[in-house]
Design a protein around this ligand. Sequence first.
Ligand code: ADP
Length: 545
Amino acid sequence: MLGLMQDWPLLCHRIIDHAALNHGERQIISRSVEGPIHATDYATLRGRALRVAQRLERDGIREGDRVATLAWNTWRHLEAWYGIMGAGGVYHTVNPRLFADQIVWIVNHAEDRMMMIDLTFVPMVEKFADRLRPIEKYIVLTDNAHMPATALANAVPYEEWIAEVDGDYAWKVFDENTAAGMCYTSGTTGNPKGVLYSHRSNVLHSMMAAQPDAMGVSSRDVIMPVVPMFHANCWGLALTSPMVGATMVMPGAKLDGASIYELLDAYRVTFTAAVPTVWLMLLSHLEGNNLKLPHLRKVVIGGSAYPRAMTQKFQDDYDVQVCHAWGMTEMSPLGTLCSLKPEYAHLTGDARLDIQMKQGHTPFGVEMKITDDEGREMPRDGATFGRLKVRGPAVARAYFKESEDVLDAEGYFDTGDVGTIDRHGYLNITDRSKDVIKSGGEWISSIELENIAISHPKVAEAAVIGVRHPKWGERPLLVVVRKEGQELSRDDLLGFMAGKVAKWWMPDDVVFVPEIPHTATGKIQKTALRVQFKDYVLPGAAAAE
Ligand code: ADP
């Protein structure tokens, strides 16, 4: 017997309808790419999104067509997302930090029919536009006055383009499982893979994200998504913020410490989220200029591991609550967030920080487990580590244009991460499965070693990779960038680390390098390091041969 409730498909444009009707005057403030601060509200934004949808339809965009966006976080980008989705199209956020060849590959693979592009990226795309075969038209996200002379095919300024319609348009209605958005993983191994979100997955993910133990945001918040809309679905914030009716502050093209501080302060931002690199820049700006953050309540940090000192500084020096988060593009992207359950809420000092450095626990809607290489589930004891697998309505089951599902027999997706789960459900990521160091059949966490090395005051950056060893299979090699002008020897650093990890985890050697290679999303590129050190002979290894 079926229930007798209404059929109300979970469509993303219902979120902007809700925001416009119930929080219509709430502001969206942006640093425009042209320079000045721009302010609008949800009611106006919805009206313009309707024009985008109507105009796209006039240009021949139909249900399922992909429209690329190569853009910073601004009101126009937000309107574009809702307009594209409301016309039945699929927003495809392209990461401008990728190499030209990757962008070309992704756009061709996605078969994007149009590209909405910020002024910043016009010169870059002109260089390879002839290879972007499916793009019929470029919409430059600006007005006539700022429109550059460009060689891009059929380029038009956004403002004039949407002014050609009146906005008298009704959103398309379709099945909630219809594709809504798309984001490619960075493809550090092999070609990038297309993750295709549905309306349903985006709406459910937003509901999950808003919960008190997840992001915990409301209409009283002023949310600044520093995480770009092109990075992992904007961590859901482009949908969650209007869903709860929060004020939004969009940082545009400027993500340096001074620019971020200026917005945090001027618009009394209460909630923000981004990767650790952004917060390093902000903290150094605050320290250098003796500034405070009286309005900021909470900062979500995720995307990669980061030093404990970052949490300490935010909390102790600036009275800002840190929430560590883990997720991935394939998960829409939130997987876990580290709010404190009653079992841990009473902790103070280092014990509290120990828990806060974990990636946290799942909201309703994400199931996770850890297994060994054979798929056998491992205990949730906070010590045993295994391959991390996840399941849920906002987790990918297959990649775009790949017919095979990527799930195990029980419907779980293998994240490629390795971690522990404790008895209260807190995840601690110890590695990527391809980065974990397998020494004599046991696993050594490269992240844990890196975290200890990076806590040395003279270390700027550290990476640990497994290097071939005749006796143990692999042993850890620590690669370090010293802070500028600092002297630090191998023995000093190893001496500092001794006693902080099991003896057999200690790196066999340390090499100092001027820099460590990074991926387009700012993560350490271990594949490149492994190539660089593939013939490295560890001390004592030759003797064991
Ligand atoms: P990209 O590599 O393009 O940034 P994702 O954002 O999808 O793509 O990357 C997801 C991966 O980032 C995760 O599988 C995990 O390895 C890593 N990651 C994300 N959050 C954290 C975190 N809080 N701590 C450690 N690693 C993290």
